[in-house]
Write a protein that binds this ligand. Structure first.
Ligand SMILES: [Zn+2]
Length: 182
């Protein structure tokens, strides 16, 4: 798809819907205060530069916040629709370079945005807790035989695969024996 088509796409997406989308996902059962979690929240005008960005005031703790407070999107100059499209392109598995091209952004800006979106999304996933002795198996990447399986086999392709299976089985045995002796 040509970049010009997507510049049109950016023009088609409106900020009001993007903020509604964020609100819906952030507070599916109504706005809550990010500080004290109270639902006694009233609207308190809109952002000076982003009129669709709703501000709120908490009646319980008197705290003030808005749609993006406490999210990875809170302190950025890019309009929300650029972030939403960036996230959409990430879901489609486009490279950072391609996303930069499609959104007309600087490569380093795009890199920073995708990193923050990944970090923001990952922050919601529960932390992995590792206990005891942790072992990482070796990883082999098979790039395919390009129509010449015999040549790959001669270079140790299938042999390497068999060796990997043997090593993996041995590693499994080592783990099992450590676990049972612990
Ligand atoms: Zn509060």
């Amino acid at each position: 798809m040509a970049a010009s088509d997507l510049i049109n796409l950016l023009g088609l997406i409106d900020d009001a819907k993007c903020f509604a989308f964020v609100r819906q996902h952030r507070w599916p059962s109504g706005v809550r205060c990010p500080v004290c979690d109270s639902s006694a929240v009233i609207r308190d005008g809109c952002d000076d530069t982003q009129p669709c960005r709703q501000r709120y005031r908490c009646k319980a703790c008197s705290g003030r916040f808005d749609d993006l407070t406490g999210t990875v999107l809170a302190r950025h100059h890019q309009p929300l629709r650029v972030w939403v499209l960036c996230l959409y392109f990430m879901v489609l598995n486009l490279s950072n370079r391609r996303i930069a091209l499609e959104l007309g952004l600087d490569a380093s800006d795009t890199q920073a945005m995708t990193e923050q979106l990944r970090a923001g999304l990952a922050a919601k996933a529960p932390a992995v807790e590792l206990q005891g002795e942790v072992e990482i198996d070796e990883v082999y990447v098979v790039a395919g035989h390009k129509g010449q399986p015999a040549a790959v086999a001669k270079r140790g392709g299938s042999g390497a695969a068999a060796g990997w299976q043997a090593r993996r089985a041995a590693a499994g045995l080592r783990r099992t024996s450590r676990r049972s002796s612990a």
